[in-house]
Design a protein around this ligand. Structure first.
Ligand code: MN9
Length: 300
């Protein structure tokens, strides 16, 4: 399988890791998601990652994960690539999600390693292999040691990337040394950097793109950073990264995803609250987040 999207171009660019939108009743809110997507596309976002961490994947039912993906694909209308996260506790469930995603028309699937049990690397490799074989789509391994508890290291990642059909990596790790080693060893594979805080550094080390939660909030800043890097203005890119990181710092002062959803709300794209066990934000945090967004000009 080759590392390309439809039309022959290598997958890459600035992707939003979409939230899942919920209404006041806690059910999916497709209209809110459509509004966010339309805005992000008009502001230059180059692709979408659906139902990942930002999408609260493991707090949704399988049915909801499928429905949410269908909403996204309809809203995107084939204009930019969509990657569906199908990671699950069991191979069976991941396969069901992957087959659905293939039928629905995504460019690629992606999956966290299977969680909870301390599987051997062989078992994890078989999970990825089964997913790829079942859906026939290219797959991005979702490497996220902080959440999955799995730190594959360079050797482990190499093993997973050598599975036929594995397109590449969503590297949600601050370990850019690993990323560079993988970049050099697999020039044809696709590498997305997963932490918005290190976009400039990851791009400089050869990432093909980024998949980020805060792209939902400030796509212009990521596009501006990329432009500056392409033009060789590293100092300018660094300044924008500093602004982005100062905004993220304001969101990460406590549980991150409820804060991101609140920030989206303030910027006019309410996607509801995060599902339990996430908790509503305290008034104190809300005030601090609003102040930070005002300080950096994201809202008035
Ligand atoms: O998908 C996101 N990863 C996680 C990417 O949330 C675990 C990132 O965009 C982060 O939310 C972001 C803030 O730390 O970099």
């Amino acid at each position: 399988m080759v590392a390309v999207e439809k039309g022959g171009r290598k997958l890459g660019g600035i992707f939003a890791a979409l939230p899942t939108a919920f209404g006041h009743d806690g059910a999916l809110d497709p209209e809110a998601l459509r509004r966010l997507i339309a805005s992000l596309m008009s502001r230059g976002v180059e692709g979408f990652y659906v139902g990942g961490s930002t999408g609260e994947c493991f707090l949704l039912s399988e049915r909801e994960r499928m429905e949410s993906l269908e909403t996204v694909l309809k809203a995107v209308g084939g204009k930019v690539p969509v990657v569906a996260h199908v990671g699950s506790l069991s191979t069976k469930s991941a396969i069901e999600l992957a087959r659905h995603a293939a039928q629905a028309g995504v460019a690629a699937v992606s999956a966290t390693p299977p969680l909870y049990f301390s599987y051997e690397l062989d078992e994890i490799a078989s999970y990825y292999q089964d997913i790829v074989q079942s859906c026939g789509l290219p797959l991005l391994v979702y490497n996220i040691p902080a959440f999955s508890g799995r730190n594959f290291g360079i050797q482990g990642l190499t093993r997973l990337l050598n599975i036929p059909g594995v397109l590449g990596l969503k590297h949600t790790s601050m370990n850019l040394h690993e990323m560079e080693r993988i970049r050099a060893a697999f020039p044809a594979k696709v590498i997305f950097s997963g932490y918005d805080e290190i976009f400039v550094a990851a791009t400089a080390l050869g990432a093909d793109g980024m998949i980020g939660s805060t792209v939902n909030l400030m796509p212009e800043l990521f596009i501006a950073m990329r432009t500056q890097i392409r033009e060789g203005n590293i100092a300018e890119a660094q300044k924008i990264q500093h602004i982005v990181n100062s905004i993220i710092e304001g969101l990460a002062d406590g549980s991150f995803f409820p804060a991101l959803k609140y920030a989206l709300d303030l910027s006019g794209f309410s996607c509801g609250a995060c599902r339990k066990p996430f908790q509503p934000l305290s008034e104190q945090r809300k005030t601090a987040i609003a102040a930070r967004l005002v300080e950096y000009g994201l809202i008035k």
